[in-house]
Design a protein around this ligand. Structure first.
Ligand code: SF4
Length: 706
């Protein structure tokens, strides 16, 4: 056959997809990525999954936005429109950068000046770099004039972070994933790592094969379950019942680490009192796990040399997501299973930079490094950093993602700037979200494709794909890694940092960052946790773990060895009681809908569905159904079924899945033609404002329209 083309350059970078943060090398010829190879990074040691290895050619897809677009005066904003890429010109006309930026920023400025700062909102992205996240939140806080800035962490681990900040004083992981190789017991709860964190899953598999006891707690049965020592297949929505029952056993059998509790925690008595009503016998029928299994796993977890807990969205995306995480924290603290290698708490981060975007302050209640906007001292410090007059910064936390959609409907928000997010697909009750976005007076969207959100924009700004820019990205292990530019953006598409800065200047900010390293340098002077990381060191070493507070610090992969970053250095127990899901099945909507991701596709699909290999493997929207439920529906595998809730309905192809419990269906949220978030519920956790994407009531019927 024909010889393979030889690359003319190799560029070391990281994977653009999940939070594992695998290091890779782009092999490039004539501004095209030919292929990708794994590199020996701390999280992957050369390994890559199917997305990292084959999911790169989206960057070269003909759908890429290559010129700024302005909505035609006669094109109505239709929230139901699914725009055929060949008919873009019917809705938008091409514009110069100068015209598009003037319109985008000019109207945002007008709205701020006439209706007030709080009528503007910015959504940043967990797919952008730390520097982009940092400058974006600074733009909103200092240019728009409020804290109305958020991103998809709100749909992801907001509840885990809330519980972790409250309980142990830090929202990030205590130990890296790789610590599973040093653990004796590994608990994986509400997570399907073979699909969502595939390379991390390989380390878990290696550990299980080497004798670690792998405990899977999940209503569904994923591939990793094959290697599990125990699978606790609890009923959806009953996490607190199951975890409290385990803690009840540990307390009543005297298996707690009394010395750890006394020297390093507060609030234990309150927790203990709360557990009285949660005996395994009482909770077994509630959660569906036999009392004997609850006891056995509780004893094994408490008494092992090193037990580690890793969790995902199955824990966090509930109206009781914060309570679920509180229970995991309490379990770890009461047994002293934290602060040593092979122990601790690890919320597995989804997107490649959701950790970093949150750290950089892309959240409405905190500045960079989780410093509270409501604290006057913190505010004064940021006013100094950012050279503002005292008293300029807003002292109120801003609106969260879901609250924004309701605020638009209520007429309280008129203008938005969205960089790289796709709420028309990712938000719950997506039809409502789309109607809200369509109702805005002014929507500016900065992206690489004309997403379902961009279709509703007034101005679309063509941005750069991951391999087209340089910046830092923080993985799930708190590892700050350098992503390096391998290719140039197509046509007139520009780098995101350039676009943010041009918008900032036009709304009156005097910014002049000439290189991404200047933005990073400013960040590290406002963020104590990364203060010691220099750009030079990142260029030399590719990755540095934080906390790294002084130049030359090696960085700490395992934290909380001696104390917790809370008052007095002590962690806090927070008891939790059972709170039912916001919408339970009933006669009309008798089944439970669980949403999530698929191995080959990433989030709303805008990248992976345009990656040739990945889309060839999974081209069509599917729903996973238990074989007996498929039979009961009277359909054959591969036939269409319709899933309907009180909010909306979609049709997808039924796929047999023994791992999905009877009475539930599982749907990935990556398919625009069957956007399952039209069906999901936007009720949220009262603490973290994260919606209940893992549970709502649906009716499933045979047939439908593809
Ligand atoms: Fe990329 Fe995650 Fe796969 Fe690694 S495991 S290659 S970071 S998608």
């Amino acid at each position: 056959g024909a010889a393979l083309p030889v690359p003319d350059k190799k560029v070391d970078s990281v994977c653009p997809y999940c939070g594992v943060g695998c290091q890779l090398t782009y092999n490039v010829k004539d501004n095209k990525i030919l292929y990708v190879e794994g590199r020996d990074g701390p999280a992957n040691h050369g390994r890559l999954c199917v997305k990292g290895r084959y999911g790169f050619d989206y960057a070269h897809h003909p759908h890429r936005l290559t010129t700024p677009l302005i909505r035609r005066a006669d094109a109505p904003k239709d929230p139901k429109l699914v725009l055929d890429p060949d008919r873009v010109h019917e809705v938008f006309r091409e514009a110069t950068w100068e015209e598009a930026l003037a319109l985008a920023a000019g109207k945002l400025k007008d709205i701020r000046d006439t209706k007030g700062p709080k009528t503007l909102v910015g959504f940043g992205s967990a797919k952008g770099s730390n520097e982009e996240a940092y400058l974006f939140q600074k733009l909103v806080r200092t240019g728009f004039g409020s804290n109305n800035v958020d991103h998809c962490t709100r749909l992801c681990h907001a509840s885990s972070v809330a519980a972790l900040l409250e309980g142990i004083g830090s929202g990030a992981v205590s130990n890296p994933v790789m610590d599973v190789t040093q653990a004796e017991v590994i608990v994986v709860i509400g997570s399907n790592p073979t699909v969502n964190h595939p390379v991390a899953a390989t380390w878990m598999k290696n550990a299980a094969k080497n004798g670690a006891k792998l405990v899977i707690m999940d209503p569904r049965q994923g591939e990793l379950t094959r290697l599990a020592w125990r699978h606790m297949q609890f009923k959806p929505d009953t996490d607190v019942a199951m975890l409290n029952a385990m803690m009840h056993v540990i307390v009543h059998e005297g298996l707690v680490d009394q010395a750890f509790i006394e020297s390093r925690t507060i609030g234990y008595d309150e927790l203990k009192k709360n557990l009285v009503g949660y005996s395994p016998e009482e909770m077994a029928p509630v959660c569906g796990v036999p009392a004997e299994t609850l006891r056995e796993v509780a004893r094994t977890f408490a008494t092992s040399r090193a037990s580690m807990i890793l969790w995902g969205m199955g824990v966090s995306q509930h109206v009781h997501g914060t309570d679920n995480a509180r229970c995991l924290i309490a379990l770890s603290l009461m047994t002293g299973q934290i602060g040593r290698p092979g122990t601790g708490l690890h919320p597995l981060r989804g997107q490649n930079n959701v950790q970093g975007a949150s750290d950089a302050g892309l959240i409405p209640m905190m500045y960079p490094d989780y410093q509270k906007v409501a604290d006057p001292e913190v505010r004064a410090r940021f006013e100094q950093h950012w050279k503002l007059q005292p008293g300029t910064l807003d002292d109120q936390p801003g609106l969260t993602v879901i609250e924004v959609m309701h605020a638009i409907t209520a007429g309280k928000v008129s203008g938005m700037y969205i960089m790289g997010e796709n709420p028309a697909m990712s938000d719950p009750d997506a039809d409502h979200a789309r109607e809200a976005l369509a109702k805005l007076d002014h929507l500016v969207v900065q992206d690489i494709f004309l997403t379902e959100t961009a279709v509703l924009a007034d101005v679309v700004l063509p941005a750069s794909a991951f391999p087209e820019k340089t910046g830092t990205f923080t993985n799930t292990d708190r590892l700050v890694q350098l992503g390096r530019q391998a290719i140039d953006p197509p046509g007139q598409a520009k780098q995101d940092l350039w676009i943010i800065q041009e918008i900032a200047r036009r709304i009156g900010l005097d910014w002049n960052y000439r290189h991404v390293s200047e933005a990073f340098d400013e960040m590290r002077h406002t963020m104590p946790s990364i203060a010691g990381i220099t750009w030079d060191r990142l260029e030399r070493e590719h990755a540095v773990t934080y906390p790294c507070t002084k130049e030359g610090d090696p960085g700490d992969p395992v934290v909380f060895i001696e104390d917790f970053p809370r008052e007095g250095g002590k962690a806090r127990f927070v008891p939790a009681d059972i709170v039912p899901a916001a919408e339970r099945p009933d006669a009309q909507y008798p089944m439970v809908l669980i949403t999530g991701r698929q191995l080959e596709h990433w989030h709303t699909g805008s990248m992976t569905r345009r990656a040739t290999v990945l889309d060839a493997i999974e081209p069509d929207p599917t729903v996973l159904v238990h074989p007996l439920d498929i039979a009961a529906l009277g359909v054959k595998p591969g036939e269409l079924v319709t899933i309907e809730s009180r909010r909306g309905k979609v049709s997808l192809y039924a796929r047999v899945d023994e791992g999905t419990p009877r009475g539930s269906v599982f749907v990935p949220f990556c398919y625009y033609e069957a956007a399952i978030n039209k069906v999901t519920n936007d009720k949220f956790d009262p603490v973290a404002k994260i919606p209940e994407l893992k549970y709502c009531a649906v009716r499933v019927t045979a047939g439908g329209t593809a």
